[in-house]
Design a binder for this molecule. Sequence first.
Ligand code: FEO
Length: 175
Amino acid sequence: MLSKKVEAALNKQIELEAASSNYYLSMASWAETQGLNGVANFLYGHSDEERMHSMKLIRFVNERGGHGLVPALKAPPAKYKSVNEVFETVLHHEEKVSQSINELVDLCLKEKDYSTHNFLQWYVTEQIEEEALARTSVDKLKFMGGEKAALYFFDRDMAAHATAAATSSTPKGME
Ligand code: FEO
């Protein structure tokens, strides 16, 4: 059985993951309108992953006798100044998610909720990967210095990431 405190914190995390999914969906749609199909595919896939992160939490809360709540979400920005802005925003957002997961882990220890603590380890690991990918993308874009020709290769790179994630035998997050 979840304590009310842990249940409320998990529901906040459900909201943050769902908001991430919406955010990345909006970025994907913007990138597609800019002809950046690789970036768009990567972000569409990323949006799906975040939805799965949210759903995985909902089902865990319900399994433990709580109630996973579907949040009302604020519309994310529809337009972005550049691909750099998109990936800087992704990195900033992922750092916020990591911070939130860390606080949740901390709360579980204080509440002596070792099952939820154990469940959250998957998210801790996932965040390391997600932050690293976002940081690498930001660094690459900085290195390119806004060159249009380099953006073509960056877009191709992101398409490869999207394909690798889509063809991995186990859907990411369902391990
Ligand atoms: Fe599920 Fe990227 O945080």
